[in-house]
Write a protein that binds this ligand. Structure first.
Ligand code: RTP
Ligand code: MG
Length: 209
């Protein structure tokens, strides 16, 4: 079943095993059926759907890092993501352990800066957030700004609040695959809450969801 797409016209919903690819398909013409990922490429009428699935609803992991917690900025930063129109579907306060740090920052553990990064990220509590929205991964990265606060554009979180490369307030997954991996590290599936918001209709159009 892995990799199969499920479409249901009545509910105007297309779903796949990987819930990060959940999306709505408003113009879809059939009732309900299942098609494999390989076959979907052979059916021209479905190519649009596949494209929409890949550019549609995403989930991303955000961390409000220990520096932002010490500076009591958690509420302000969470507000930025809410105000942007992203939906919060996971939220918790936790202490990052050395083991969790190594799992999260696996790509950096062998780098010279890793000991300092580990010391920093384990130095106090963080708030872990799963945010959902159209192209949420790149949206959050744009909102964060570049790694070094001194080089981040004004208007971004790091550009507005920080002057440091290490104490840069927030983490955001750097791609859709990283997001799926990182969300699994910080959240059990049952800790993510899937819900509709009445304002959702006013956040973006049907063909963007
Ligand atoms: P993050 O993963 O925390 O969201 O940050 P990022 O994508 O903007 O940056 P990344 O390259 O993934 O680096 C992860 C964290 O490591 C620290 N760092 N230090 N001393 C250095 O050269 C250096 N480079 C990166 C930063 O704290 C960065 O957030
Ligand atoms: Mg990174």
């Amino acid at each position: 079943m892995k990799g199969e797409f499920h479409f249901n016209l009545k509910r105007r919903v297309a779903s796949v095993k990987d819930s990060s690819l959940l999306t709505k398909i408003p113009h879809f013409k059939a009732d309900t059926f299942i098609v494999s990922r390989s076959k979907i490429r052979l059916l021209p009428s479905l190519q649009t759907i596949e494209k929409e699935i890949h550019m549609a609803l995403e989930r991303t992991l955000i961390l409000i890092k220990p520096d932002a917690m010490q500076r009591r900025l958690a509420g302000s930063l969470l507000s930025r993501f809410e105000n942007k129109g992203l939906k919060i579907i996971g939220l918790k306060l936790l202490q990052v352990t050395k083991e969790l740090s190594a799992e999260h920052y696996a790509e950096h553990v062998t780098k010279p800066f890793y000991p300092l990064l580990e010391e920093f990220i384990t130095s106090g509590p963080v708030v872990a957030i799963v945010a959902e929205g159209p192209e949420a991964v790149s949206t959050v990265r744009l909102m964060m700004g570049s790694t070094n606060g001194r080089e981040s554009a004004p208007g971004t979180i790091r550009g507005d609040y920080g002057v440091s490369r290490q104490m840069n307030l927030v983490h955001g997954s750097d791609g859709p695959e990283a997001a799926v991996r990182e969300i699994k590290i910080y959240f059990k599936p049952e800790e993510l809450v899937d819900y509709a918001t009445s304002l959702g209709e006013w956040v973006c159009a049907d063909d963007e969801k």
